[in-house]
Each structure stands twice: as C-alpha cells, then as structure tokens.
Design a protein around this ligand. Structure first.
Ligand SMILES: [Zn+2]
Length: 518
C-alpha cells in the first residue's frame, strides 16, 4: 500500500509572470502532495513543477526585448520559482526544460524512440500556427483557415520533418482508458478524451528545422533539427527523478505508474492523446496513474489570462490577507474540474465567515476560557461526562482525518473542507450547548468546565490536523498555541491532549477584514 507517489503540475510557460489562475493548479497539487506526505511519509512522495522555456514564442518574446532567450528564461523561471516559494508550495523538484540534465534525457528518449522505429522522416506540407507552434488539419481550423485558439490566419509551410507514430498506439490507449475508469478524471474529461480518440489520429510532427527556429533541444540523430516543444516538455515530468533513481527503466516500471498529473482542461488533448503514445513509443509499458484535470478561473466574467488582461498576482493576496487564505479560498470555493469564479468580495466574505468567525473565534474562545478557568492546564473528570453533548462532539471528530483524506484522494477539495467545517460547527455548538462560561460561576461545576474545555481543545487539535494540507501555516500556529508536538498531531480524537497538558493564551489568527486589500 505504501508505494511511492509522484505528483506533477504542468510546467509553466515562461513568457509572463504567474497569476492566480496559473497558481491555482500548483496550490491544489500542493494540498494533494501534503496530504500524501502525511499518509506515506515525506520520502515516499515527490512533487515536481518547473518551467517550459523552449520554442518560438519564447524566443521571439526574448528577441523583442533585445535579449538572449536563455537570459530571458533564467529571469522568468526565477520569477515563477519565487512566486511559488512565496505561496508556500513545497516542491521537491523544480525542473527547467533548459537544464542540461533534462536536455540529455530528452535526447535519450528521442534516440530510443528512433531506434525502435517509431520516429520517421518525411516531407510535409501543412497549415501552421506560429503562436500555437503546431500544424493543424483543415478540419481543425475555423472558416478562412483561422487558428481555433488564436483566431488568426495559419501559414502554409512545406518542409521535411520527423514524425512520431501516434495512431499505432490508439487502440492500446483506448483499452487502457476503458480498463481504468478514473485514469482521466473527473469523468467529463474522460469522455472528451474518448471522443478525441474515436477517430484515427495523424502522427505528430516532433521536429523543427534549425534554419527556421533553433531555440530547442537538438535532435540527436539529425543536427539540422531541434525537437518540438511539447515533446521536450512532457519528459520534464520524469527526467530528473528517473535520472536520480539511477535506473530509468526501473523508475518507469515501478514509480511512474504512481504518477498524478495535475493539468488544466486546455491541455487535455496533448496529455490524453499524445503523451501516452510518447511513453509507449519510447519502450515503456506503464502509464501514469491519473490525469487530474481542472477548469479555469474566471475573474470579472472572463477567464483569468494574460490575453484577457484580468490577471491577479497571487503573492499580493498572500501578503495582504496572510498565509493560507488564497489557497483556502480556492480549495473551498472551486469544485475541482469545473470552472470557478474568483472575486475579491467573495474572498473577504469567506475570510470573515469561515476563518475569522468559525475558526478564529472558536480557537480564541476556548483558549481564553482555558486560561481564565483552568490557568491553561487541562484536567479531566470522566465520571461526569455527558453522553449526549460530549458524545455528539466525539462523533463529529471521529475519523475526521480519514474522511477528509478520502475526499482529497478523489480531488473533492471543497467537500474535504466542508467536512472539516462541519466538525468545527459541531465544536462551536458544543460550547453553546454546554455553556462552560455559565457553569464556571459555580465553583462546584469547575470539574465539568475543565472537562468541556478539554474536549473542545481536543476537537480543535483534530480539526487543525485535518486542515494541515490546506492551511499548513494556520495548522502550525494552532498546534503551537495548543503546545502539540508533531507526534501527537495525527492521533485520533480522544488520544491527544491529556490531563496536565498546558496550552498557551490565545492570539488573533484571523482579524476581521472590512474592505479589499489587493
Ligand atoms: Zn494558434
């Protein structure tokens, strides 16, 4: 059961700074990775992201600024890296397609595939979109031969190129998808992929003549060509970890099948249709575990993107509202797989209702009472437990970690947070129903008050533990207030805080916000 797991985001196209829409994927993958690390141990989980730096679009963006492409991507890759560090995204690998180790790996894969006979050369005339950096068939284009993505004319280009056999592997891929119903999830994207694979597929042109475009990885068996950016980019998912393992074939057989790819729906086709044949053609038999496809974030009624001109800087949210708030909002508000709406008003509503009121007030309230009535030291008196109120609280916290974990496994991040907030709601109701603040006026009731507060603090501990993959900084602050050591954090409800344990006085975790700060 405790097999290693490898988690990837799509690598980021290095022609502009990251925005909330591009950070969404990395934040959700980070929640997933943190959940897996808790379950499997840090050394069984690897989490990879990086930057996509080759190709004509980037070369031209650099040249437009009068810069060398490598210097240009050095700077932008670092901008992405720093933004993700600022968002507390905890990568194990940050891979750039211009890393020499990656370039050598891609050349090895090209050589292997060529030797196996799945790459061939032919003259080709085709309709090419410079912005997409790909050829289109007439069927795929809009009327008047316009690119369906860029809505601008494609060019007729005639040249000799190398092609990768794709259709050869179509049936094998279809069999795999049919045999593994959640291979591409959520299901709507599986159905889309099955439609894409229903008809014969054209082979993929995987070379570009250097005479036209030289910013890429040289094709090892023909020095007149560099390889197509997509062929290069896919191998980013494995080049570093597979090389580090010391045995690429073994890595692809034993670890790669436990790979979780997180991608946006706009690149479903490349990942569902082209990536698997690339793997088969290089002589590997196993595919990745899941393609986890998410929707788009809309802001002000349009998809957040550089071309829509409505991008928001994710790090500015981290600075304005504090750590964890942006990732909490996105995980809670967006159904993974569907498009979501991003708005500053909604962030503030969620912040005040969920974080300031529910979580922040509960934490502050029980810690305040623990200081006032118990001097910060917990005692227990089991003989006066109330099976009704105490039992309800225990039931709402029992197995919370397991329930949340199963939901995260299935990418239901929003429902995982709902489950945690149901437990929090039960804990708030427990305080209201048992009213320790009233009981405390009668000194004879102090043992019961101590018991109620112990239960409430124990509930807070379990809630903070379940929340950790989504709100790592906040969970750490709550553990600090509760003086909970790492070993105690994952214990089930009732097995954590003991009589004699001391907790700290409260601090304000989430002061209310009145107006947007970004
Ligand atoms: Zn295009």
């Amino acid at each position: 059961m405790n097999h290693p797991i490898h988690i990837t985001t799509a690598i980021f196209y290095c022609n502009a700074a990251p925005h909330v829409g591009s950070a969404y994927e990395a934040l959700m993958a980070d929640c997933f990775a943190r959940h897996q690390r808790r379950r499997r141990g840090r050394d069984r989980v690897s989490f990879l992201s990086g930057t996509d730096e080759h190709g004509d679009k980037i070369r031209r963006a650099a040249l437009n600024q009068g810069r060398d492409p490598k210097a240009f991507t050095d700077e932008l890759s670092e901008v992405f890296h720093q933004a993700f560090v600022g968002l507390n995204i905890d990568f194990d690998y940050w891979v750039r397609t211009t890393d020499p180790l990656h370039e050598q790996f891609v050349q090895r894969m090209l050589e292997r595939t060529y030797q196996r006979g799945d790459i061939y050369f032919r003259d080709y005339e085709g309709l090419y979109c410079v912005d997409c950096e790909r050829f289109y068939t007439e069927k795929e284009l809009l009327p008047d031969n316009l690119c369906p993505t860029h809505n601008r004319p494609v060019e007729l280009i005639s040249e000799g190129n190398y092609f990768l056999r794709i259709d050869k592997y179509r049936e094998r891929l279809l069999d795999h998808i049919r045999a593994h119903p959640d291979f591409i999830r959520p299901e709507r994207y599986r159905n889309e992929a099955l439609n894409m694979l229903a008809e014969p597929l054209a082979d993929l042109c995987i070379s570009r003549p250097k005479a036209r475009m030289d910013w890429g990885i040289e094709v090892p068996f023909d020095h007149r060509y560099v390889t197509y950016v997509w062929y290069d980019a896919f191998w980013t998912y494995v080049s570093r970890p597979a090389t580090a393992s010391g045995d690429i074939d073994r890595y692809m057989r034993e670890v790669f099948p436990h790979t979780e790819h997180f991608i946006g729906k706009d690149i479903l086709k490349t990942h569902a249709v082209y990536w698997p044949p690339m793997i088969f053609a290089a002589g590997f038999d196993q595919l990745f575990s899941h393609l986890n496809v998410h929707g788009w974030l809309n802001f002000g009624g349009a998809r957040m993107s550089k071309s829509s001109g409505n991008v928001r800087d994710p790090v500015s949210y981290e600075k304005a509202y504090g750590p964890d708030v942006l990732r909490y909002f996105l995980a809670r508000e967006v159904v993974y797989g569907l498009d979501g709406d991003f708005s500053d008003e909604r962030i503030i509503e969620r912040y005040n209702a969920d974080l300031a009121n529910d979580l922040g007030n509960f934490t502050s309230r029980v810690l305040t009472m623990a200081q006032r009535y118990l001097g910060g030291e917990l005692t227990r008196a089991p003989d006066i437990a109330d099976p009704d109120t105490d039992g309800r609280l225990a039931a709402s916290c029992a197995d919370l970690n397991d329930r949340v974990g199963a939901l995260v496994d299935g990418l239901a991040m929003n429902r995982a947070l709902e489950a945690i907030w149901q437990a929090l709601d039960a804990a708030n109701k427990y305080i209201a129903a048992t009213a320790p603040f009233s009981l405390a006026r009668d000194p004879a009731q102090l043992p019961r008050v101590a018991q109620i507060l112990s239960n409430a603090l124990e509930a807070l501990r379990v809630i903070a533990d379940s929340l950790e993959p989504f709100m790592p900084v906040t969970a750490g602050r709550i553990f600090d207030l509760l003086e909970v050591p790492a070993a105690m954090a994952p214990q089930p409800y009732g097995h954590g805080l003991r009589a004699g344990h001391r907790v700290k006085p409260p601090v304000s975790l989430f002061p209310r916000i009145e107006k947007p700060r970004v």
